[in-house]
Design a binder for this molecule. Structure first.
Ligand SMILES: *Cc1c(COP(=O)(O)O)cnc(C)c1O
Length: 430
């Protein structure tokens, strides 16, 4: 596989390519194929962008049909048939059954674009600059969103002061016994706490890049209460945890909260096409025409595949049930691994099909994911020290393939752990 041009001419900024240094050529469902035809199971799946698998045939058929009939590809934000069909589907399938009357704002096509829009409108509506974000939160790397992102690796290259955000401890950050929303409530009620009165809180229900930390439903409900009490907007960043990843379309569906602003991207198009959207409660839709624009707001090819995904997967709860079943398999298999090592080296976190096998350190996680890749399983880590091995496989994966991947993971863990024991024995003898 010829990688010369990447080495000579691609920016050093590349990241995933370093973990998986082959040249991928084709993909189908839960599988990636490199140029030599070798087959890999994909547990990274575009970092949660391919919830319905690679080149999903149902979505592909609609897309090809649309391209074939010269359907509008780029239409700025003009009305198009494709947009209407997406909006109709999103309203009928997602919003209406939930009694949600949010309006849809199409932003530039990446997650960080949606976050920028959400923060901007929240600040303008409330007339306050400050936003509350959480430890280990990830919201993107453009400057506004980056200010809300916790990771110092990303923050460190901002080049300017990242301002307008105060950091608060996420659920569990100070141990299970402590509800960190009480701390937030306390500082907001204290005129001398040093925290400027915020416009909004931005939060993930499960922190994807931050280590697959899942907030408890109680914590999320308490967070909403604090928002209401202190007149702050609740922005729910569902870019990674949404679109079915946790077992329901929105990750907060079963929580019993009603976020003011919701950001969606990653798996929204369903096909890996760039697409992002902000949902705003109608009274918050205070934009003036063109005030926040962008050339690629709502891409028509993405509208086509997104509508197809909604119509096919979300009109009843069969798909959600299937996701839940596979989530249980993942939990069981992870628990099995953790137990085999006396729950000393590993523990589990996450929710639905967004689960993590948390390793004692980042080095261990890296050794394991490398061993997985040798066995042709593409799987990544996340978290502050990259200590969490995360499952983000397509939700459409077959149980057979899921088992296969879990077998590979188990074997890889076993290889690495055996190696560790040998090394520590050699060390103690030496
Ligand atoms: C990936 C992600 C973003 C940023 O999306 P990009 O498309 O990479 O800009 C924002 N928030 C969350 C929760 C994400 O997972």
């Amino acid at each position: 596989m010829d990688t010369d041009i990447f080495e000579s001419h691609e920016s050093e900024v590349m990241s995933y390519a370093r973990s998986f240094p082959v040249v991928f050529d084709q993909a189908k469902g839960s599988y990636l194929y490199d140029e030599t035809g070798a087959e890999y199971i994909d547990f990274l799946a575009g970092a949660g962008t391919l919830n319905y698998g690679h080149n999903n045939p149902i979505l592909k058929e609609k897309l090809l049909e649309y391209i074939q009939r010269d359907g509008i590809v780029h239409g700025l934000d003009m009305h198009t048939t494709a947009k209407r069909e997406f909006m109709d589907a999103f309203y009928e399938v997602i919003l209406k059954p939930r009694d949600m009357d949010h309006v849809m704002q199409f932003t530039g096509p990446t997650g960080t674009n949606a976050v920028e829009a959400a923060l901007k409108i929240a600040r303008n509506i409330k007339g306050r600059h400050n936003i509350i974000a959480f430890t280990n939160g990830f919201h993107g790397v453009s400057l506004g969103a980056l200010a809300a992102t916790g990771n110092s690796h990303h923050r460190g290259v901002a080049g300017v002061t990242l301002s307008g955000v105060n950091r608060m401890p996420y659920d569990g950050y100070l141990g299970d016994a402590f509800d960190t929303t009480e701390y937030l409530d306390k500082v907001l009620g204290d005129s001398s706490s040093g925290v400027d009165f915020p416009a909004a809180v931005i939060v993930e229900t499960v922190q994807g890049e931050g280590g697959i930390n899942a907030a408890s439903f109680d914590w999320l409900r308490n967070l909403e209460k604090v928002c209401r009490k202190h007149d702050m907007l609740l922005i729910l960043d569902d870019i990674q945890a949404g679109c079915g990843r946790t077992g329901s379309f929105f990750s907060f569906d079963d929580v019993g909260i009603n976020p003011d602003i919701i950001t969606l991207s990653k798996s929204l198009s369903g096909y890996g096409l760039p697409f992002a959207m902000v949902l705003l409660k109608p009274e918050l839709d205070q934009w003036k025409p063109g005030e926040h624009n962008g050339t690629f707001r709502g891409h028509n090819l993405a509208f086509v595949t997104a509508a197809a995904a909604l119509n096919h997967y979300w009109r009843d709860d069969n798909f959600a049930k299937e996701v839940q079943k596979k989530a249980d398999i993942i939990t069981e298999r992870f628990r099995d691994i953790a137990r085999s090592y006396d729950d000393h080296w590993f523990y589990l976190n996450g929710r639905g099909m967004m689960q993590g096998l948390v390793c004692r350190d980042g080095e261990l996680a890296e050794e394991i994911t490398k061993a997985c890749f040798k066995r042709k399983l593409v799987i990544e880590t996340s978290g502050a020290d990259d200590q969490v091995i995360k499952t983000l496989c397509p939700l459409t994966i077959s149980e057979e393939d899921l088992d296969r991947a879990m077998d590979i993971l188990k074997d890889s863990v076993s290889e690495v752990m055996t190696d560790r024991v040998k090394r520590s024995e050699a060390h103690s003898v030496g």
